[in-house]
Design a protein around this ligand. Structure first.
Ligand SMILES: Nc1ncnc2c1ncn2[C@@H]1O[C@H](COP(=O)(O)OP(=O)(O)OP(=O)(O)O)[C@@H](O)[C@H]1O
Ligand SMILES: [Mg+2]
Length: 662
């Protein structure tokens, strides 16, 4: 069973005498160690699957890992095995233990936009930057397990003290809404385990062996949970690569790698040095770029794969030409090598860079999926409608209540909601319920009460029809009743509004189709949607499509052919990183991008790019200069512009002709 592992990998799988850290570079088979070890624990060591938890960084990675385990053990589904993200583990724990922290089990989960909205209400500002800064600060405290009191007591400046006070109010608000934000999903279990030994024992008995992928990107809170659950015995395997730590900006701390040595003096460290993913040229490029960082552990990777093609560095005139070159080359390559769309990935630093490539792929009718971007179900207009569905399904869902009650505006103000939240919190009931209680009614003026009552009565009336009316009809009636179309066109300029309204139509159509096809009622559909959002749209994986992704979201994945686009100064490295002294994290990002490629890597940059409406000259990323010329082939540089355009047109014509033959 362990025959498709090399010697150190096998050692890592079999090692069960204490805590284990596998520290190794990209593509060396760390994730493979985890999947093999899960199946080894079950089949060879008699662990029940429900006593094992494997923790990954994204839902997609969790899904892939589960699939890999199932493949290793055909016909033997590992029932009860936990393979999930830290956040999903947190949900699992909180669903069972919420009452111990004075939350109800049907608490709601707020995404970061919902959280921003709450901060917005506290700060009473529309300055997005300002809100984001506060949110970052609060999130930092939460991830560092620092309570609002401590944050206030240790504040080093007036600004910090202000943030600490906002933090306190933010927490109070969440509590009143019976809602958790993403940080709470990890912080609260850690807090629970720190204060309640009985609970900790219960969960230690349940989760007897922990495996953690991408360990370098855990934050203090996540590390705390690992330590709590594993106790002194240290029944865990952590795998990671400090050169791929790219979430420092979100509170992850590579120091956790060192901390492991200190907390577990018996820690065994195994290194893997053979790379199974990439050709030698790609590997050399990655090694030489990351060699410029001041590194904790120097890890030189080697590979048995041949040299492969040189890394192609492509200079482009501007964004349009870049998108054209990338997409056309990709399609020609696909045609020539008879590969699949799914063998190709276009990676970029920030989501906003995706648009031109999307457009170009669409023009050429090439299927693509996007990850790391906003999903359809996260669009604000869709979230508005989902909030009504959630409220109709479950009147305890306070954030859904708030969103629905205030969208469109119907005269329910922040002050009223605050009073309602306060009252509901004291009575430990939902906002919806509170509206009808005499105790609350006596606290507000008639003018405040009236719109609330009208709204709740409307929801009640609609709810009464849910059981025997098709979902799409409910939604159509709802849209009319709340005048949603008018609301959208009033709050946005025409083109954006039209876009939103199209999305709404698409959503209603989707509800209709889904509702009919699977004979689903509103409750089932609402749950389906929650799952789709949670799983980042499962169907995406099943179709053969080019992947468009941020580098961050591509972590841990591999693709036959990678196009890294927009490799320019101020983008990669990001301008702020140069100013903030986080250049090394940017270099690690470059390393992650390069090491996603198996057989070919193309790096492109523009000579000019539109920024803030102005065409500006760009410099190629300094990281390109860190790749040896011997491993690189360049195109597009220093050619007479007229000649270059002609060449470009000729090439394009050739490719188009080739594709037309197909
Ligand atoms: N011993 C092995 N023999 C053959 N192929 C292997 C072996 N170990 C790993 N691989 C393959 O090498 C590729 C990289 O493995 P894996 O994704 O586990 O690496 P990783 O160290 O987790 O990479 P990353 O740091 O990017 O997450 C995968 O396609 C995997 O199946
Ligand atoms: Mg991996």
């Amino acid at each position: 069973m362990l025959s498709h592992l090399n010697a150190p990998q096998r050692e890592a799988v079999k090692y069960l005498d204490g805590p284990l850290l596998v520290l190794a570079g990209a593509g060396s088979g760390k994730t493979r160690v985890i999947t093999q070890k899960i199946s080894y624990l079950i089949d060879e060591c008699g662990y029940a699957p429900n006593h094992i938890a494997a923790i990954t960084f994204t839902n997609k990675a969790a899904r892939e890992m589960q699939e890999r385990v199932d493949k290793l053990r055909p016909g033997k589904p590992a029932k009860g095995l936990t393979v999930c993200t830290f956040h999903a583990l947190g949900v699992q724990i909180m669903r069972q233990e919420a009452h111990r922290l004075a939350y109800k089990p049907q608490f709601s989960i707020l995404d970061s936009a919902d959280a921003m909205q709450i901060i917005n209400e506290i700060l009473k500002t529309t300055d997005k930057q300002e809100i984001r800064r506060a949110q970052w600060r609060i999130s930092g405290w939460k991830n560092g397990l620092i309570t609002p009191d401590v944050a206030l007591a240790t504040a080093e400046s007036d600004l910090d003290a202000t943030y600490a006070k906002i933090y306190q109010r933010y927490q109070d608000t969440l509590k009143a809404y019976q809602a958790l934000d993403f940080d709470d999903l990890i912080r609260l279990p850690a807090e629970l385990f720190a204060t309640d030994m009985e609970m900790l024992e219960k969960w230690r008995k349940k989760l007897r062996y922990l495996l953690i992928d991408e360990y370098q990107d855990t934050n203090a809170c996540q590390y705390q949970i690992v330590k709590q659950l594993c106790g002194v015995s240290g029944a865990f395997t952590a795998v990671g690569d400090d050169d791929q730590a790219i979430y420092g900006w979100r509170g992850a701390d590579v120091k956790n790698l060192h901390q492991l040595h200190e907390d577990y003096p018996r820690l065994k460290v195994i290194q893997l040095t053979q790379n199974y993913r990439s050709t030698l040229r790609i590997l050399r490029a990655a090694n030489s770029v990351i060699g410029n960082n001041d590194r904790l552990y120097d890890k030189q990777l080697w590979s048995e794969h041949g040299n492969g093609d040189p890394v192609h560095v492509m200079a482009c005139k501007d964004e349009t030409e870049e998108a054209q070159n990338v997409v056309m080359r990709m399609l020609a390559h696909k045609f020539e090598h008879r590969t699949r769309y799914g063998d190709y990935a276009i990676l970029y630093r920030g989501n906003h860079q995706a648009r031109v490539f999307e457009q170009m792929l669409r023009n050429e009718k090439a299927p693509y999926v996007m990850s790391g971007g906003q999903s359809f179900f996260e669009k604000s207009e869709i979230k508005d409608l989902i909030s009504y569905m959630r409220l109709l399904t479950n009147s305890d869902d306070d954030p859904a209540f708030i969103r629905a009650a205030t969208t469109p505006k119907r005269g329910i103000g922040a002050a009223t909601l605050e009073k309602l939240g306060e009252y509901a919190g004291q009575r430990k009931i939902s906002l919806f319920e509170a509206v009808f209680e005499a105790g609350f009614v006596s606290r507000v003026t008639e003018r405040q009460l009236e719109p609330l009552l009208t709204f709740c009565q409307y929801i009640n009336a609609l709810e009464a029809r849910v059981r025997n009316t098709p979902v799409s009809e409910i939604m159509a009636d709802l849209l009319k009743a709340i005048d949603y179309e008018v609301y959208i066109f009033d709050s946005d300029e025409t083109r954006a509004a039209q876009n939103k309204w199209n999305n709404v139509q698409e959503f209603v159509g989707w509800l209709g189709k889904k509702g009919e096809a699977d004979d689903k009622n509103l409750i089932e559909l609402t749950q389906t949607i929650a799952l789709i959002t949670l799983l980042e749209n499962r169907s995406e994986d099943e179709i053969d499509a080019v992947r468009l992704s941020t580098i961050h979201a591509a972590k841990g994945l591999e693709f036959g052919h990678v196009f890294l686009v927009g490799a320019e100064e101020d983008i990669l490295p990001h301008r702020e990183s140069v100013e903030n002294g986080t250049l090394e994290e940017e270099r690690r990002l470059m390393y992650v991008a390069i090491t996603r490629a198996q057989r070919s890597l193309t790096i492109s940059y523009c000579k000019r790019r539109k920024r803030a409406g102005e065409l500006q000259t760009c410099e190629p990323s300094r990281f390109i200069g860190e790749i040896s010329q011997d491993d690189m082939r360049q195109s597009g540089q220093d050619v007479d512009p007229v000649e270059q355009r002609q060449q470009g047109n000729d090439r394009l014509a050739n490719i188009k002709a080739m594709l037309a033959q197909k």
